[in-house]
Design a protein around this ligand. Sequence first.
Ligand SMILES: Cc1cc2nc3c(=O)[nH]c(=O)nc-3n(C[C@H](O)[C@H](O)[C@H](O)COP(=O)(O)O)c2cc1C
Length: 198
Amino acid sequence: MLNREFQEIYNNVELMMSEALTNSAHPYRTFSLASVDDKFPNLRTVVLRKFSFEKCFIDCHSDIRSPKVDELQKNDKFSALFYSNKEKIQLRFKGKVEIFHKNSFTKERWKEITPSSKRCYLGPYNPSDRLEKYHPNIPENVKFENPSEEESSMGYDNFVIIRCHFNELDYLKLKYSGHLRCKLVFEKKNINAFWLAP
Ligand SMILES: Cc1cc2nc3c(=O)[nH]c(=O)nc-3n(C[C@H](O)[C@H](O)[C@H](O)COP(=O)(O)O)c2cc1C
């Protein structure tokens, strides 16, 4: 059970995340997802697709052929960074990912993806491959029109859900009268919350 101040923060984060899921202009609609290869941290922007505080996960979608998936399969640790300039609130989640590929979750999620977005998974090249000359990495026949159900079904084989299971959240709100910073640590059904020096 959280005390009143931490509960308010929790509720506010939950509200902002649910708004971000329905409003594509929301600052939390995209976030920076970090992974580590053997030597370097790697960051990239991804779109928020699902969030659950209760089950402690954040979902984004990707192509199984992309380097991030390979990296996260070798080292499942991630960090996810959100910032709202309007609210002046930074959120940093940490934990381990699980990659869903051709399972019941991806099957259901694929049905919700628009035909236009499905084009992203039809690229003839592996994402991040070096190219001899410019190519948008979408097939010629779907460049100006949406793929048919049959055409887009090939993209399903490349589609993955990156489920980021977080076990901690570092929350920072900037305020003139003094910044506010705390950490929520998620342990099974318990949440351990404490203040941090901003
Ligand atoms: C606004 C924005 C949203 C993006 N969303 C995604 C996404 O949801 N999934 C994804 O795989 N790449 C997304 N990208 C592209 C990634 O940032 C990145 O360039 C690409 O996935 C290659 O990353 P990698 O080489 O680390 O695998 C997005 C880029 C931008 C600018």
